[in-house]
Design a protein around this ligand. Structure first.
Ligand SMILES: [Zn+2]
Ligand SMILES: [Zn+2]
Length: 416
């Protein structure tokens, strides 16, 4: 493509998350997504003493953020803006190190959630976060940026379109087809198809190196549909002891589905206070269905006196409180909570802790991502001039259905 527009992928080419792209037209530029790929070394940096003043340099040195000209000290002479597709840390976890005069945009529902999370003390913290409305372009110099609502397992998820006078680039964000609102995706696919995109940056979470003799890896995305979560969990709640759940509280739909599961099983759902605050703000009220708040409307003593009547939230930081419960015939349902999976050393610790207490562990995952065939279907539906796979540990295994589909496997940090 012979164009004045230049773009560069700074990171996220062969990792799940940490995707950062920069698009320049003349002196102006936009970046999209500013998160961090999962890195076990993060705990060290979070706990580092006396290094607040050197955070940007520390993170650059550790390869946790890319060297982007003038972004951290605001020395870029033109206009800069950063757009966030959704509120998962691998897409927004580093926005606090961007210079505060550089605006960061997210969808309007995303910003409402971001503000609530800040109030609960959940970073990254920053000023100058602005909202975009879906399908309403934001003008950054001569560049126009439009967010589209798509379905993913977090409130306010978006795909992002960047248009300059001579180029159209779309970023899929993270996307799932087996959620409860696939029609959003189909609308987006249709709109992108009609635009005749130059580049599509497509997430490929489900594309990973195939190892023979390890079929469990390929089964990773044989997971529950979001809409099936209530009945699957309700089934597990048919026992005589207390049941616990651990989910990611940015996933407001899951919150509703957990409440539905408790209701189906005739149990009372109990949220921890922080999550109850999000529920009060974002959960659409269902007539006749209510939830309780731990330490406020329900106590541990209440639960111990009638354990089979409750379904109680337990996040990792509160796991020691499980010692206080009557554990007879109890169960713990992990449904995409933190730690997210066995790749995190904390996951094994959590499982053995529960085992020690005699609490039976269950996993009810519902993916926020498409499987391979669904991704290939999206690419074929959009038919960009050039496909760029990213957000994948194995982007080279994304082989389009259409053998004439052009692809670019970009080099990290190179300008195109
Ligand atoms: Zn992601
Ligand atoms: Zn995500």
């Amino acid at each position: 493509v012979d164009a004045k527009t230049k773009f560069c992928l700074h990171s996220g080419l062969n990792t799940i998350g940490g995707n950062i792209a920069e698009i320049r037209y003349k002196g102006d530029r936009v970046l999209f997504d500013f998160g961090r790929a999962y890195n076990p070394a993060d705990t060290l940096l979070t706990n580092a003493q006396g290094r607040e003043g050197t955070k940007v340099n520390d993170m650059l040195r550790l390869g946790m953020i890319p060297a982007v000209d003038g972004l951290y000290d605001n020395s870029w002479p033109g206009v800069t803006a950063v757009f966030i597709s959704h509120l998962h840390l691998d897409h927004m976890g580093a926005i606090d190190v961007i210079h505060p005069d550089v605006p960061v945009y997210m969808s309007r529902p995303g910003l409402e959630l971001y503000n609530e999370l800040q109030a609960l003390g959940e970073g990254p913290f920053r000023q100058n976060v602005l909202a975009f409305d879906y399908e309403v372009p934001v003008h950054i110099g001569e560049i126009s940026v439009t967010g589209y609502e798509i379905d993913h397992d977090v409130l306010g998820a978006s795909a992002i379109l960047v248009e300059t006078p001579d180029m159209k680039i779309a970023h899929s964000g993270d996307i799932r087809m087996r959620g409860q609102r696939p029609e959003l995706n189909h609308k987006w696919i249709n709109t992108m198809h009609n635009l005749n995109l130059d580049y599509l940056l497509m997430e490929g979470t489900s594309f990973w190196p195939v190892r023979d003799a390890d079929s469990s890896v390929d089964n990773k995305f044989v997971q529950h549909k979001e809409g099936d979560v209530p009945s699957v969990i309700a089934e597990m709640l048919q026992r005589s002891g207390v049941c616990f759940f651990n989910f990611y509280h940015r996933n407001i739909e899951r919150m509703a589905n957990l409440l539905a599961a408790a209701n189906m099983a005739g149990r009372k759902l109990v949220f921890e206070p922080d999550t109850a605050r999000l529920a009060a703000k974002f959960l659409p009220p269902t007539p006749g269905v209510q939830y309780y708040v731990l330490g406020e409307s329900v106590t541990v003593e209440d639960i111990n006196s009638s354990p089979q009547s409750y379904f109680v939230q337990n996040t990792l930081q509160n796991i020691f409180s499980l010692i206080d419960y009557n554990a007879a015939d109890s169960g713990y349902i992990h449904t995409n909570g933190v730690p997210l999976g066995p790749f995190d050393p904390a996951f094994g610790s959590m499982v053995s802790f529960l085992q020690q207490l005699g609490i039976e562990f269950y996993s009810v995952p519902s993916a926020g991502h498409c499987d391979k065939d669904e991704i290939l279907g999206i690419i074929d539906g959009i038919k960009p001039k050039v496909l760029v796979p990213w957000h994948s540990t194995s982007p080279d295994t994304m082989v389009p259905l259409d053998e004439n589909q052009q692809m670019l496997m970009p080099e990290k940090g190179r300008w195109y």
